[in-house]
Design a protein around this ligand. Sequence first.
Ligand code: ADP
Length: 332
Amino acid sequence: MAGVNIDDVFKRYGSVQVMHGVSIDIEDGEFVVLVGPSGCGKSTLLRMLAGLEPISQGTIRIGEKVVNDVLPKDRDIAMVFQSYALYPHKTVAQNIGFPLKMAKRPKAEIDEKVGRAADILDLTKYLDRYPKALSGGQRQRVAMGRAIVRDPKVFLFDEPLSNLDAKLRVSMRMEIKELHQRLKTTIVYVTHDQIEAMTMADKIVVMRDGKVEQIGAPLDLYDNPQNVFVAGFIGSPSMNFVKGRIRGASGAREFVSEGGLVLPVPAEASVADGHEVVYGIRPEHISIGEGGVPMDVVVVEPTGSETQVFARSGTDLIDTVVKDRISARPGE
Ligand code: ADP
């Protein structure tokens, strides 16, 4: 087991710079999720950790060792990809044991480690099957088994669940988390899905355009986003943003949007009369009832467990999620 230290790393492809001084500290045993929109540099960073892509500038350490010039096979890491890349003509046992066979380990050791990995991943009864006779989730578990048998210092996961259907993704999410709790190996996990990041990570790294926007525990990012990008990216459904101005002196400050919506200003907000601001409100922090800010209902979407209501005031459209079953109709 080992921690990982990424220190001021840059990446250029020819004359195009795609990573601009990224620094991340990952502790031994930590589950870290790199999240951000497509093209922000998550996979590039993961591939640089794996040694599959050279870094243009900066330092990467795995444990105490600088690995900038260390070959992938000597980095003591295992990578699980989005496409499981199983060998179709090998059984589950042969697929899981393949890295050990390549390393010319003795048969007894291979059998023992394959048996242990299959036990951890609940694959024991499928060891003699071929990949085509497995479900998507089972195949993904075989791919993880192949990573586990190598007993690596660090696991790297590159969007491992994106090929699975929604229901399976939720159960595999739990399995990977459970696997981490059992093995306690450092995990660096890449996804564009903020829900995956929120539910799995000890620590989330939010990236955009080859830079780190914020690093923190999931609820820390949710409660204390440092900028509008992080505020809008973390949380589902997304935070509402309304542009406007502060009106009035301290004690009696209020926010007035461009569309005329008037909202209270939290006491701790360091804004003064006349300041132009972006006001953020999470959909789940709004309740619906009499005596509040008047708005017109635009769309009501009941999901059973909750109701999502889009409402308008002037030009401002606000998304709300409430636990109650709302019977309001559009226009009310
Ligand atoms: P993500 O995984 O977050 O979707 P990537 O790491 O794949 O993002 O890509 C980051 C940026 O680097 C993108 O702008 C992408 O176009 C660019 N990029 C990735 N690989 C190459 C390459 N081999 N040559 C040139 N540009 C690349």
